[in-house]
Design a protein around this ligand. Structure first.
Ligand SMILES: [Zn+2]
Ligand SMILES: [Zn+2]
Length: 342
């Protein structure tokens, strides 16, 4: 048997021709002339069509992927493999060697092509918005009374956490443009109204914020009116988990609703509900005020501890489901009484 194209003998043949002639005379693969990728010079994100995507890989890898995607292999090539080798000439310019291997009717074939790959630095939409100070919504954090520094820190952590989570879920426009300290609080300028809503929801759940919302017309886009939304989030001095003194008793705050606050009386373990307005006069204990007391003994219902202030032993009632992990328990002292802060 000989190749009907070149006449050589003793070679494996497919469709009557040898591998070399097959590759020469048939279109077994089509290659891109060149590939170019746009990468945001500021955040490294990658343009895909008209959208930008976060991208954590290398420039080489994105060129490789692009070249592989743009290479079309004829279905006659079985077990086709496309390999791309990238050599950088400088920051932007690359040489890509694409190799297609496979078999046509059991005859191994190999095609090689060299193309250029370019990295184009650009500025993605999000970065241009961030640099341009673009924002859709403002969340104004204020206190019902005076806002404490630890409350500002906590709110800041909530804002970061919510935005990080949204960005991780692919919501690239959920960004913080600026956190501006204002008289009485902090204003958070946010990229999208949707992200502002999720931030305020978390502030409500975790810090008991009461919300009000207002919108102002800022212009028109594509015939639609554009609004900028301002959320005012007023947080009380306490939050779920806080300890508060009210009517000569210490309570742990369970939940903070828009009107009602649910509490647990530390002395009795009973749940009580208070009007939020009545809570205004409550004594709010700070984390630093919680002390540690050494446990001397423990029964089914009580704990015998050493009062860290007086060094006398004091009996404390154990709340339902109480469990301790060490020989010390958190305590609060108020009006000469000691309470188990749990
Ligand atoms: Zn041949
Ligand atoms: Zn960017």
């Amino acid at each position: 048997m000989f190749c009907v194209e070149c006449g050589r003998e003793g070679l494996a043949l497919a469709e009557g021709v040898c591998a070399d002639c097959l590759v020469r005379t048939q279109t077994l693969a089509t290659f891109p002339d060149r590939v170019a990728v746009e990468i945001c010079a500021h955040c490294g994100s990658l343009r895909r069509g008209s959208a930008w995507e976060d991208y954590g890989g290398s420039r080489q890898a994105t060129l490789q992927a692009q070249a592989r995607q743009a290479t079309e292999v004829d279905p006659r090539v079985e077990d086709a493999k496309v390999e791309v080798d990238v050599r950088a000439e400088d920051e932007r310019h690359h040489r890509l060697s694409i190799t297609v291997t496979g078999r046509v009717q059991q005859v191994p074939v190999r095609l090689d092509r060299e193309i250029r790959g370019t990295i184009r630095p650009a500025t993605c939409l999000r970065c241009s918005r961030v640099f341009g100070g673009y924002y859709e919504a403002i969340v104004q954090l204020r206190g019902e009374g005076k806002l404490r520094p630890d409350q500002v820190d906590r709110a800041g952590a909530i804002v970061s956490r919510v935005l990080d989570r949204m960005q991780a879920a692919g919501n690239r426009d959920a960004f913080l443009v600026e956190a501006r300290e204002e008289k009485g609080g902090v204003d958070y300028y946010l990229g999208t109204t949707a992200s502002a809503r999720i931030v305020t929801k978390a502030l409500t759940e975790e810090m008991g914020a009461r919300l009000s919302e207002s919108a102002s017309l800022v212009g028109r886009k594509d015939g639609r009116e554009m609004y900028r939304v301002t959320f005012l989030a007023r947080v009380p001095e306490y939050a779920p988990g806080s300890f508060v003194g009210l009517d000569d008793r210490i309570h742990r705050v369970q939940t903070v609703g828009p009107k009602l606050v649910s509490l647990v009386d530390l002395a009795t373990g009973r749940s009580v509900t208070e009007e939020r307005e009545r809570m205004r006069g409550a004594r709010v204990f700070l984390r630093e005020e919680i002390a540690r007391a050494v446990v001397v003994s423990e029964t089914e219902t009580d704990l015998l501890v050493v009062d860290p202030a007086t060094m006398r032993t004091v009996e404390l009632r154990k709340p339902a489901g109480f469990a301790r992990s060490s020989g010390e328990v958190p305590v609060l002292r108020w009006n000469d009484e000691l309470y188990l802060a749990s």
